[in-house]
Design a protein around this ligand. Structure first.
Ligand SMILES: Cc1cc2nc3c(=O)[nH]c(=O)nc-3n(C[C@H](O)[C@H](O)[C@H](O)COP(=O)(O)OP(=O)(O)OC[C@H]3O[C@@H](n4cnc5c(N)ncnc54)[C@H](O)[C@@H]3O)c2cc1C
Length: 391
């Protein structure tokens, strides 16, 4: 891979930098409608879904420009380009790859406009890591499927309008992966019930979702009947690809270094403690490894090849870093790290950066477990990349 940008790519990077400077200035951020203005401006630029086809409202941009865009946005600490996170990250790409013309016209512009939220109905009480064992049943009845079953850990279910749902349509097939079908289901369909679950940080980010005789039009099937596993593998590869995440990690690491420099520990800046320096350096080396690995994914994509198992490598490192950076931030701050807000200590002490580090440390399961646990990533790397035997 050639790491140098072409003159056109450099010009695009400069355009993004100028845009960011104008739209993320201190004045712009003070505007009460800052987020609304921001979403409108990036949408007008066609930078939301920048590499999606133009006929469905995307930017029709190249993969390289997409990467430049994400990196520059991340460096500038920009808000997301849309509020439909799952829609943009994997539902939209799955619809582009597997959807019918009608589905593309119906869903893609709404995702780009952040019109509503999507959630993902894969996991079930007995099927998490071993997703292919899923039991939520969809039975064809004329022009509809009738869905019965339960999903769990469904992020954003309480405020989503649609769910991308994996169901079993064939219980007889020998290969379990072949009897799975993906449906797009409206969350306010009769028979759908959402029961929020509270996590250890106190928020109800995810939920259990129950389906009782829910009727879903066949036109809302994504891909062919029995092809749901392929749709999911593609969607999970998008979830795990993480090129943009690396830019976010670089910025998080940078902020952690700043935190260590300005926090006093045993009478000197925390950044001067050898143990803390070593951990910061180790994290930096891993992030750099992830960045270079991201370039490998990028090279593959630029050659028109699909991403698959290799994205598990960065997903695994990301899991380690979620715990390590969270722990390190708490250690640097010492007892002040226990404050979740900036000025709530009786002695005037408070958590740094509005308590974001302690909240980040409490949020590690979201990054470590969501999208597949570390052990599962290790299995994927061992079997599909290194070709090690399964037993
Ligand atoms: C914050 C968060 C958000 C989530 N959001 C969603 C969502 O929006 N939609 C959704 O569908 N799901 C979601 N999930 C669920 C997530 O995908 C599952 O929790 C995950 O796949 C693990 O499944 P499980 O919880 O059933 O654990 P299990 O599969 O029971 O695993 C338990 C332990 O056993 C290990 N293990 C299991 N099988 C093997 C094996 N073959 N080899 C080695 N070790 C193994 C695992 O690594 C883990 O440590 C979310 C989870 C979290 C934490």
């Amino acid at each position: 891979m050639d790491f140098k940008l072409t003159p056109e790519e450099e010009a695009f990077r400069d355009e993004v930098r100028a845009f960011v400077k104008e739209h993320l200035s201190e004045d712009a951020r003070k505007d009460p409608n800052f987020i609304g203005n921001w979403l409108k401006a990036v949408r007008e630029k066609r930078w939301v879904g920048f590499n999606w086809p133009e006929e469905y409202g995307g930017g029709g941009g190249g993969i390289m420009e997409q990467v430049i865009l994400k990196e520059e946005m991340s460096k500038a600490g920009a808000p997301p380009l849309g509020t439909s996170m799952m829609g943009l990250q994997w539902v939209g790409p799955a619809i582009i790859e597997y959807g019918t013309e009608e589905q593309k016209k119906k869903f893609l512009p709404d995702i780009l406009d952040s019109a509503y939220q999507w959630c993902t109905g894969y996991s079930e009480p007995g099927s998490g890591s071993d997703l292919a064992s899923l039991q939520c049943r969809a039975v064809r009845d004329g022009d509809e499927y009738v869905v019965n079953g339960q999903k769990i850990w469904t992020s954003g279910a309480a405020y989503s309008k649609w769910i991308i749902l994996l169901t079993r349509t064939d219980f007889e097939v020998e290969d379990r992966h072949k009897g799975i079908t993906c449906l797009l289901v409206e969350m306010d369909s009769p028979g759908v019930e959402v029961r929020p679950i509270k996590n250890m940080a106190g928020s109800s980010h995810f939920a259990e979702v129950f389906f009782e005789d829910v009727r879903v039009p066949v036109e809302n099937r994504l891909g062919e009947e029995g092809q749901g596993w392929g749709v999911t593998i593609s969607a999970l590869a998008h979830e795990r690809s993480g090129i943009s995440e690396v830019a976010g990690l670089i910025s998080q690491h940078h902020q952690l270094v700043e935190l260590a420099k300005r926090t006093q520990k045993d009478g000197k800046p925390a950044s001067e403690h050898p143990g803390i320096r070593a951990r910061l350096a180790r994290a930096d080396a891993i992030i750099e490894g992830m960045r270079l690995n991201g370039q490998r994914f990028l090279t593959k994509q630029l050659k028109g090849e699909k991403l698959s198992s290799e994205t598990s490598i960065n997903k695994l490192h990301r899991a380690f870093l979620a715990v390590e950076l969270g722990d390190l931030a708490l250690e640097i701050q010492g007892s002040a790290s226990q404050y979740a807000e900036s000025t709530n200590g009786a002695d005037g002490a408070g958590g740094e950066d509005e308590g974001r580090w302690v909240n980040g440390a409490l949020g590690w399961p979201a990054v470590v477990i969501g999208g597949g646990t570390p052990n599962i990533q290790r299995n994927i790397i061992a079997e599909r990349i290194l070709g090690l035997p399964k037993d």
